[in-house]
Every structure is written in structure tokens, then in C-alpha cells.
Design a protein around this ligand. Structure first.
Ligand code: HEM
Ligand code: FES
Length: 437
């Protein structure tokens, strides 16, 4: 019998044999351990730092070696899904939340030099902030500012983007730092911009009601080839994005004030979307500072058809505002509808509820990385078969989830949101059920 110690949460678990990976043991022991690609060595979210006992772990696999070289890891960092413990080890999980996953993309950015990459760039400016500052105490302001940065940052993180920087009241997001097609990077950026618009209108309608001020945002999107790298003084290098597309995106953002537009996108972003995919309010032509040619710009109103990813992303924190209540409601429904499944659960339902809600949030965050999501769900489906879950249980569980979502959202529930969750969860369950294919 050997022990794995999880530092940070002070837990020790015992195991026997050498046939299970560190990740298998975490899942078995119900220890939340991110594994976006389901243990296939692709996503690196299961990474751990080995604090003690590195010699008791199997040697890195080829997949792990490639990842470690590319990302310049020191030897104490290991992929939990690729290493098999053979004795006592102490580890620390390195990625805690789905929102942190995008930071991992920056590991592939070169250090000390810049590399050209095709990226979508977003500038988002928050308006009316000065008015808010002059009327409120600094304590209130710090709270509001943090709320803003969170609700505006989440749509960037949910869409495979990285938050590049905050400049005053401005947030800059970059999409495609680690590759991806033009179409994918632009669509991610468009979805993030729409998500920000939703988030702000909700914040204005709820938390800011007592503040007598409505916050507005002006968002610009542009696509182009820019240089990215870790640059600066050798003792203080910073992630930097340099190039004409960045200046253009910033200038377009300035124009949103004059044109009173919420979201202005450049022609290159507009053209990257399939025809008829976007609803546009108006097309304008403007000269941008420092540019000879006039620019054609499109004021984005919405997606032409409801977009499932966007609906799921923008309702997630509503649905999971109280994860304990959500899982109580959900499992009570499942057990009253199908009492025989109760015996399949061996974990206390509080822990089980935490794992499921954590997984639902993780799925929504990884919608923009479908290749990882597919692998992850296949793996989850395989484990569910081992837990004794029969295919006919899935539709019942789906109905219970849908009812729970409806109840949790209360008055904010709309048919459009319900439809999106039904489709999204339906697809998730299809991938789980048909994991062999
Ligand atoms: C959206 C679909 C579902 C998601 C996201 C999900 C998620 C999870 C997660 C995260 C776990 C923890 C263990 C692990 O990671 O492997 C788990 C365990 C489990 N799930 Fe699901 N699940 C889903 C559908 C279902 C369905 C349809 C059933 C049928 C009754 C079910 C029954 C179970 C059982 C029996 C366990 C094992 C509990 C134990 O060992 O104590 N799940 N599920
Ligand atoms: S790399 Fe280990 S779970 Fe994805």
C-alpha cells in the first residue's frame, strides 16, 4: 500500500498496484482534478508539481516529453494522466479552475524574441466610469471594478482567448495565441464580444440598479498578423503583442464612441464568418487615424440564429449560482424518477454534486476547444459505463437537469436559453453514450 499526498488540500489517499495513473487515482478518490481531454495527454490541464517522491513515478511518455519540451517545464512538472505511481508521492495540482486554462497557451509564446501569429484582437472600453467614481466611495468602486473585470473577462476566457492587459478602463483580449484558423479565432472573438454585451446589460439591470448609473461598453474586433513574444528587460519580460492590427483595433474602438456602437468589427472579421451568420445594424466607412485608406466597419447586433455556445456561456453563472442547491434539486429528481440508480452512487452526495457541477462548468468553458471536449466526454462516458450507468438513464437525467435549470433560473429563464441547454446537454450525453465511436 502506498500514499499520494495532495498538498494544498491536505489529503492523503492510499493505493495499491502500478496500473493506474495519478489522474485515475484522483478521479477514483473524487478529488477534483481538471482533465479537459479526458486523460489523453493533449490539454496539459492535469499537470501537477511533484514535491516528493519523483523517483516513484513512471518515466515520462513520448507525449509528455513533447509537451514538457514545448512548454519549457522543469522536471518537477508532470502530466497526471501520463504518469503511474509506484510508491509514495506528494503532489500539487497546478491548474485549479477552467478559467485558468487559457493562461497555459502563453507557455508556447517564445521568450526574448517575437513570432508572427494570426490573431483576433479585441479592445473593450467601459464608459461612464468617471461618473461612477465621483459618486461612490473607493470601497464601492473597488468592488464594482472587480465585478466588471470578472464579468467582462469571463467571456474572453470562455472563448479560448487570453486577457492581454488592462489599460485604464479598457480590457484587451487576444484570440489565437497558440494557433487556430482565422475563422475559429474570429468566431471566438465575436462570441466573446456578444457575451460581454449580455453580461453588461445584466449587471446594469441587477447590481448597478442602486448606483443610478448605467455602464456602457464600446468593443472593437480586428484580425491580422501580429508579433507576439515575452519581451522586455531580461529580468522582467512581459507577454507583448506588437503590430499594426493592434493599433487598428484600438482606433476602431475609439470610433465606437462617435458612432454610438456597442460592437464594431472590421471587414476581415466580418468576412471570416459564414454568410448570413451575423446580424449587422449598419455598415460604415471611416478613415482611421494614421491610415490612408478608409475602413469598412460593421456594427454587430447579434448572431442571426441563437448561438448555443453563447447562450450556455452567458447563463452558466446564473444556473450555478448556488451549486449545492442545484445538485440537491437535481439528484432528488433523479432518485424520485428512477430510484434504482441510487445504489450506483457510492460517494456522499455533497461531493458528487460538487464534481458534477464542476464538470458542467468545465464543459461550458471547453466548448471553444471541441477537440479536447470530445476526448474528455468519451472518457467520461467510458467511466459511466463502468459505474453501471445504462444508456436508457441518459434521457431521464437530461429531463431532471432541464427541470433543475428552469427552477434555478426562475424569472430569468427563457425558451431560448432552455432550448440551448437541451441541445448542448443532449450533445454531451450523445458523446458520453457513444464513447466507443
Ligand atoms: C451531463 C452528463 C453527466 C455528467 C457531466 C456527469 C458527471 C459526472 C462526474 C464528474 C462524476 C464523478 C466521477 C468521474 O469524473 O468519473 C460522475 C459520476 C457518476 N455519475 Fe455522472 N455525469 C453525467 C451523467 C450521468 C448519468 C446519465 C448517470 C445515470 C444515472 C450518471 C451517474 C453517475 C454515477 C453512478 C457516478 C459514480 C458515482 C460514484 O462512484 O459514487 N451520470 N458523473
Ligand atoms: S493532458 Fe492529461 S488530461 Fe489532458
Amino acid at each position: 500500500m502506498h500514499t499520494i499526498t495532495y498538498s494544498g488540500i491536505n489529503r492523503e489517499v492510499c493505493f495499491e498496484g502500478r496500473d493506474r495513473s495519478l489522474l485515475d487515482i484522483s478521479v477514483e478518490q473524487k478529488i477534483p482534478h481538471l482533465h479537459e481531454c479526458g486523460g489523453n495527454g493533449h490539454c496539459t490541464t492535469c499537470r501537477v508539481r511533484v514535491i516528493e517522491g519523483s523517483k516513484n513515478l513512471s518515466r515520462p511518455t513520448r507525449k509528455e516529453k513533447i509537451m514538457a519540451d514545448l512548454r519549457r517545464w522543469d522536471p518537477s512538472v508532470r502530466l497526471a494522466c501520463q504518469c503511474y505511481p509506484e510508491g509514495d508521492v506528494e503532489i500539487q495540482r497546478l491548474v485549479w479552475t477552467s478559467g485558468e486554462i487559457n493562461k497555459l497557451q502563453l507557455e508556447t509564446v517564445p521568450e526574448g524574441e517575437a513570432e508572427e501569429r494570426a490573431i483576433a484582437i479585441m479592445f473593450c472600453d467601459m464608459r461612464n466610469f468617471t461618473k461612477l467614481t465621483s459618486h461612490n466611495s473607493s470601497f464601492d468602486m473597488a468592488h464594482i471594478l472587480n465585478r466588471f473585470y470578472t464579468v467582462l473577462g469571463d467571456p474572453i476566457l470562455m472563448n479560448n482567448g487570453v486577457i492581454y492587459q488592462y489599460v485604464g478602463d479598457e480590457i484587451v483580449g487576444i484570440f489565437g495565441t497558440s494557433g487556430g484558423t482565422k475563422e475559429k479565432n474570429c468566431l471566438d472573438a465575436i462570441r466573446a464580444a456578444m457575451g460581454m454585451k449580455y453580461a453588461i446589460s445584466r449587471l446594469n439591470g441587477m447590481e448597478l440598479q442602486d448606483f443610478d448609473t448605467q455602464i456602457k461598453v464600446g468593443i472593437s474586433l480586428h484580425f491580422g498578423r501580429a508579433y507576439i513574444g515575452y519581451l522586455g528587460h531580461p529580468k522582467h519580460r512581459q507577454f507583448a503583442v506588437i503590430g499594426d492590427p493592434v493599433n487598428v483595433a484600438s482606433r476602431i474602438q475609439e470610433l465606437t464612441k462617435e458612432t454610438q456602437s456597442g460592437i464594431l468589427i472590421s471587414k476581415s472579421v466580418y468576412n471570416s464568418a459564414p454568410e448570413g451568420h451575423l446580424k449587422i445594424n449598419q455598415v460604415i466607412e471611416r478613415e482611421l487615424r494614421g491610415k490612408d485608406e478608409p475602413f469598412e466597419l460593421y456594427e454587430l447586433a447579434d448572431f442571426a440564429q441563437p448561438d448555443i455556445h453563447l447562450e450556455l456561456q452567458s447563463s452558466l453563472d446564473f444556473i450555478l449560482q448556488n451549486t449545492e442547491r442545484f445538485s440537491d434539486r437535481f439528484y432528488n429528481k433523479v432518485f424520485s424518477r428512477k430510484p434504482e440508480v441510487k445504489k450506483l452512487f457510492h460517494t456522499d452526495m455533497k461531493t458528487q454534486g460538487r464534481l458534477v457541477t464542476h464538470m458542467i462548468a468545465g464543459i461550458v468553458y471547453s466548448l471553444s476547444r471541441p477537440e479536447h471536449l470530445k476526448m474528455g466526454l468519451s472518457n467520461l462516458g467510458k467511466s459511466h459505463e463502468k459505474y453501471g450507468v445504462r444508456k436508457e438513464y441518459y434521457p431521464i437525467v437530461l429531463e431532471c437537469l432541464m427541470e433543475t435549470i428552469r427552477e434555478e433560473m426562475g424569472e430569468s429563464y427563457t425558451e431560448r436559453i432552455g432550448e440551448a441547454w437541451r441541445k448542448g446537454l443532449g450533445l454531451v450525453m450523445e458523446l458520453m453514450k457513444n464513447w466507443q465511436n
